[in-house]
Design a protein around this ligand. Structure first.
Ligand code: 5AD
Ligand code: SF4
Length: 449
């Protein structure tokens, strides 16, 4: 067993919640072996990059950041002769040895299937020097027996599936995260119960497509059973991400009306509003089907906050296709939309499609969409003015220690003055009622009552 007493580390994370969660597992393992977490690469003897290759920008940035580490001196008190640098996650999985060929000062590369190997790889790099690369084709089991070190003590991510079987034509994820694997229901319940006992207030179930949970284990999707089981642990707030519209069932929709802990917020990526583009993306639903789901969700839970992901400039997208997307955003009235410009990923089917829309045209569509998104988010938030909402406090707002910041049930950021005699830190992790006085595009503000 490796021993990292006296060493410091930092984990630099790119990408999705799954990566953030994997980083918490890495921190948990390294702390368990005696290492101390620090915030900056300057103070760190070991630097781990958890990488993302969903879009090209993060990809390029990673290579640049690892390269520039060469010029950052090791702290004077370090017991090591040189800093140990590791790259893991999706780029590690995709590029393997190519990384150490291009970045000679990189010591360790690992992939998405072997987080648990990291301590041994780091130890080998420290003791023997040289490059240590381990990338596996698939994982033996569900890698959640590893400890975690969570950023906030009152909220936890709980992975229920890993990998993806959907092969949307633009997406690299199935190639770097592998086929979908579900975690046995008993394991999920046990972990959730442990969190409740430890005082956790909010659990977010994680998976690339949580709706198909259980297909591999039980022959049929059983996501509803996971929702019911985790609710029964007594958790205060329950959320989940991500949900593929083709697999969202009526039973799950109905839980937004009936399940005590399930919060009125759903991330439901639409990607495009054009049936022609949805087909080319291999999304396997139509805009009509999607709008039907929105209708059912609003009937089950009139106040539900819907968020989504949209790709602008998919190969062959015409002005008419874009208008269909624009109209769906108008119609649904999302409270948050993550907008992306299509990024070509080698190895995906879309990379071979004719892609001749001029860059300026795509940028113009993107800008128009962002304007609409902001307008609709502003409108969505107005309904809460005058209401009192329970807010799970995260701490002080970034700009002002006298203002607390937290999350409403609809996952809106809420700001309020810290009550006299208390600090934002005292309140972190607790629920307070806030009367909303003002609603902006990205946050609500009010007074603790
Ligand atoms: N280009 C742009 N956006 C992408 N996404 C996934 N792959 C690509 C790509 N090649 C977006 C999708 C997905 C989100 C996580 O990232 O909208 O839902
Ligand atoms: Fe990628 Fe589609 Fe799987 Fe989401 S569902 S991870 S977009 S392939």
């Amino acid at each position: 067993m490796a021993n990292f007493h006296g060493l410091t580390f930092c984990v630099h994370t790119f990408g999705c919640q799954m990566n953030k969660h994997d980083s918490e597992r890495i921190a948990g393992m390294l702390e368990g072996l005696g290492a101390l977490a620090v915030d900056t690469v300057e103070a760190a003897d070991i630097v781990v990059f958890m990488t993302c290759c969903v879009r090209e920008a993060a990809d390029v940035r990673l290579y640049g950041q690892v390269a520039s580490l060469k010029n950052v001196p090791l702290r004077a008190e370090s017991p090591l002769a040189k800093r140990v640098v590791a790259v893991g996650g999706c780029i590690g999985q995709r590029d393997g040895e190519k990384l150490t060929d291009e970045l000679s000062h990189l010591d360790v590369v690992f992939g998405t299937h072997n987080l648990g190997s990291l301590p041994a790889l780091l130890e080998a790099a420290i003791e023997e020097g040289g490059h240590h690369v381990e990338v596996l084709d698939s994982s033996a089991g569900f890698p959640t027996e590893l400890p975690t070190s969570r950023e906030f003590t009152w909220t936890a991510w709980l992975p229920i599936t890993i990998g993806c079987n959907n092969f949307c034509t633009y997406c690299i994820v199935p190639y770097v995260r592998g086929r979908e694997k579900s975690r046995p229901l008993e394991d999920i319940e046990r972990e959730a119960r442990g969190y409740v006992e430890a005082g956790v207030k909010e659990i977010t179930l994680l998976g690339q497509n949580v709706n198909s949970y259980g297909r591999d284990l039980y022959g049929a999707p059983r996501f509803v059973d996971v929702l019911d089981a985790v609710d029964a642990t007594g958790i205060e707030r329950l959320r989940f991400a991500t949900s593929h519209p083709k697999d969202l069932t009526d039973a799950v929709i109905e839980r937004f009306a009936t399940l005590r802990s399930l919060q009125p917020a759903l991330h439901l990526p639409v990607q495009s509003g054009s049936n022609r583009i949805l087909d080319a993306m291999n999304r396997r639903y139509t805009r009509e089907h999607y709008l039907g789901l929105v209708d059912k969700l609003r009937r089950a839970c009139p106040d539900i906050a819907l968020s989504t992901d949209i790709i602008v400039g998919f190969p062959g997208e015409t002005e008419k296709d874009f208008e269909d997307t624009y109209r769906i955003v108008e119609e649904v009235g999302y409270n948050q939309v993550f907008t992306f410009i299509y990024s070509k990923r080698e190895g995906t089917p879309a990379a071979k499609m004719v892609d001749d829309t001029p860059r300026e045209v795509i940028q113009d569509r993107f800008d128009r969409l962002v304007d609409l998104v902001q307008k609709k988010a502003y409108e969505f938030n107005q309904v809460d003015v005058g209401r009192t909402v329970p807010v799970l406090v995260e701490g002080a707002s970034k700009r002002d220690a006298s203002i607390l910041a937290g999350k409403s049930p609809k996952n809106q950021t809420v700001h309020a003055a810290v009550p006299q005699g208390l600090s934002a830190e005292d309140l972190a992790g607790s629920l307070v009622n806030v009367r909303i006085d003002e609603a902006r595009t990205w946050y609500l503000s009010g007074e603790v009552v």
